[in-house]
Structure formats: structure tokens, C-alpha cells
Design a protein around this ligand. Sequence first.
Ligand code: FES
Length: 139
Amino acid sequence: MEEFYKELDDFIESLDDKKNDYKILSFVVDRKGYISEEIINYIAKKIDMFPFSLEGTIKFYPKLQKATTKYYIQVCVGRNCGRKDLKDKIQELREKTRFIIEERNCLGHCGRGSTVTIGDEVFKYNTLNELEKKITNLK
Ligand code: FES
């Protein structure tokens, strides 16, 4: 980890605009694939910004946002997959798990059950209970 911070310091030093948090956070994603709270705090201190400013940048760019969660989940709410109360269930699961759960209108796997993707894997479910179990059982 120490070596990573050294690389990160060198990268920041190499930037013309040392407060370009998007570039810095992208560097982190490319190197580590994951943006931890520790890294956010480190960068904030290093470039003299508040962590919440960096979090604002992260929320704005999907590439960065995906890298803050262990599981990137997309639930189809499209015509073939939508179910009564699905959107409420998604919101409930977001609050319960703190995972990023995005709603999509089609994930390209229509038919035979509703679709959810977790990372690169595609799953089908028939009831909201099944969906909930699948997501809450992730570790
Ligand atoms: S409508 Fe859900 S995968 Fe196509």
C-alpha cells in the first residue's frame, strides 16, 4: 500500500492542475480498481480539499462511482422485468446494504423472470423476496 501512495504522490506531482480530482481518482481506479474511504481522505488532505468535494466528483462520474462499491448491481425495471413495488424494494435494499443499485430499463436478457446483474453476472428472479435474498446474501 505504501508503494501505491508513493505512485499516487508522484502522479499528483506530475499534474499541471494538482487539484484535478477527477484525474486523480481515475488514476486510483485504474491502479487499484477500488476507491476506499482511506484513499479519499488521503487525497483530500494531499490536495487540500474536503472529502465531501471528492465524494461529489465520485457521484458525478459512473466510472468512479462503480469503484466505490464492492458490488455493482443493476436491476432491470423495464417492461418485461418490472414488478409491482420493485422500485420501493430497490430503495429499501440500497438503504439496507449500502451497495450501489442502479435501475435500468433493459439489461438485454428479457424473458423467463426478471433480470438483475451483479458485477458481470446475470441472474433471474421471480419474486421480490428472491431478489432481496440474492442481494442481502452478498458478502
Ligand atoms: S426488459 Fe428487463 S432485461 Fe429487458
